[in-house]
Design a protein. Structure first.
Length: 199
């Protein structure tokens, strides 16, 4: 006797029960796993769509930040990462002297000191075993206003100079001594990556 004949010989309630079992089996054995997989893939797609939407909305801000950074590099030049405390001061002083010499500045005086850089993003990213020190140099000289402006601009563009932190320009007290000259005090800095003492 064939399977179809056996099913046909069953009472009507048994046939309906068997049909229901087959339908439930087909649903939970085939359709349910397929629906679960579709829901899982849809969930992943939603996450990726949200990431793309977030990236797209941040694209404008990222583009503006990139333009600002590019403008800063064009105006102020490249700034070097904090350097070795042995070699960076020598390079820093040579670079400052070259800028002053380029603009015919002579008779300048300067004072230097070292102090730790305060907490911030830079100090937070150098590691616990290092600190950032500021090598600060105050330069005083007398020159015409155009030369002072040119010196400041070139110092800003010098990679060894991390920042021009202070500018003070005063009129020379006696016009006979200076003509159009002014007395300038310019504070410049180099940043040093110093290993912290152990213990």
């Amino acid at each position: 006797m064939s399977i179809a004949a056996k099913i046909a010989s069953l009472p009507r309630a048994a046939r309906w029960g068997l049909g229901a079992v087959v339908l439930f089996g087909a649903y939970f054995g085939v359709a349910e796993p397929v629906l679960d997989e579709i829901n899982r893939v849809n969930g992943q797609a939603d996450v990726k769509a949200a990431v793309l939407a977030s990236y797209e909305s941040a694209d404008g801000a990222m583009g503006a930040a990139a333009q600002t950074t590019g403008l800063g590099l064009r105006r102020f030049g490249q700034v070097e990462f904090p350097g070795d405390p042995e070699s960076r001061p020598v390079a820093f002083n040579q670079a400052v002297d070259q800028v002053l010499k380029k603009h015919g500045i002579s008779g300048q005086t300067s004072t230097s000191r070292v102090a730790p850089l305060g907490s911030g993003p830079l100090t937070a990213n150098v590691g616990a075993e290092f600190r950032i020190d500021r090598l600060m140099k105050d330069i005083q000289f007398q020159a015409e206003p155009e030369a002072v402006a040119a010196v400041i601009a070139d110092l800003e563009r010098t990679p060894e100079v991390a920042t021009v932190s202070r500018v003070q320009v005063r009129q020379v007290e006696s016009r006979d001594q200076g003509g159009r000259q002014v007395r300038a005090t310019i504070g410049v800095e180099a940043w040093l990556l110093t290993r912290k003492a152990r213990g």
